[in-house]
Design a protein around this ligand. Structure first.
Ligand code: NAI
Length: 284
């Protein structure tokens, strides 16, 4: 049974992962990198839980918060059954973290998972003494809302580890798991990112406006939002980072970031998080 869960990184994804675990009754410790970041993660969690309470999704913010400790000390994770890493998408930071987690987490049965979108799970597994217990558990943003989790075993992951992770995300967290190989983009981003890049190329070439591209996909293909609005939501820096990692892995032209995307990222026009991307935050 997985009852004690650790989450490293309390940003957008880590706070969401902590929230769904606490809402499922798990004992959760979140580790952040500084006291300021601890405070920011607490506020993020509280804000999200208040929204859930106002929508009737949870009975009491306090009851859920009581199951979450946010700390600035990785050694607090020694007794965890599962640790999910959700720190910045940098290979060196993640390998250093996995090396330390391997030393800190006591139980030989404990699972060390990563929420990475693009770093090969194998690179994280091989820095530990327990590669059989390392795998990717890739949640989607916003974590409390989106049902999907991609399970990504490396070539060295014990199938029993994958099955324990599947039972946990499905039976305990109420998500739906799909199986992916340890290749850039897994399933969803390998399909979604080239689609978004094609929409950007269409805009860049002057073939159609952003509004018409998005209306086309919403009204003509029943997508909940168009590809350019979705790119703004994901963050254009993140779209570019995933495109670059797909290109590095496969060297296929369809994964190349178009110049317009590169220039927007250079300019800091990153979408909703900076107020301007293909649209401004007031929707224009
Ligand atoms: P974020 O930047 O919102 O959060 C990262 C957090 O990690 C920050 O709060 C930072 O203070 C903390 N951190 C950095 N180094 C740390 C360390 N050594 N120890 C403890 N905390 C540390 O990033 P976000 O978007 O939450 O992404 C986290 C991971 O999730 C990345 O690997 C990303 O690729 C992946 N991911 C992101 C998705 C998204 O839509 N943003 C979707 C699915 C996966």
């Amino acid at each position: 049974m997985i009852e004690k869960v650790g989450v490293v990184g309390g940003g957008l994804m880590g706070s969401g992962i902590a929230e769904v675990n606490a809402r499922a009754g798990k004992d959760v410790i979140v580790v952040e990198s500084s006291t300021d970041a601890v405070e920011a993660a607490r506020q993020r969690l509280e804000g999200s839980l208040k929204r859930a309470e106002s929508r009737g999704k949870i009975k009491s913010v306090d009851a859920v918060l009581a199951r979450i400790r946010v700390v600035n000390d990785l050694t607090a994770l020694a007794d965890r059954d599962l640790v999910v890493e959700a720190i910045v998408e940098e290979e060196r930071a993640k390998t250093e973290l996995f090396r330390r987690l391997d030393e800190i987490v006591n139980s030989p049965d404990a699972i060390l998972a990563s929420n990475t979108s693009s770093i090969p799970i194998m690179k994280l597994a091989v820095v530990t003494q327990r590669p059989t217990h390392v795998l990717g558990v890739h949640f989607f943003n916003p974590v409390p809302v989106l049902k999907l989790v991609e399970l990504v075993p490396s070539l060295m992951t014990d199938p029993a580890t994958t099955e324990r992770a599947r039972a946990f995300v499905q039976d305990d967290l109420g998500k739906t798991a799909i199986d992916c190989q340890d290749r850039a983009g897994f399933v969803v981003n390998a399909l979604l990112i080239p689609f978004i890049l094609s929409a950007i190329r269409m805009l860049e070439s002057g073939f159609a406006t952003a509004e018409d591209i998005d209306h086309g996909l919403v009204l003509g293909a029943a997508h909940p939002q168009g590809p350019l609005a979705l790119a703004d939501l994901i963050g254009l820096d993140t779209v570019k980072a995933i495109a670059d990692s797909l290109y590095d892995e496969f060297k296929e032209p369809l994964y190349t970031a178009p110049p317009l995307l590169n220039r927007m990222v250079d300019a800091g026009l990153l979408g909703r998080k900076t107020g301007r991307g293909f649209y401004t935050s007031n929707g224009k």
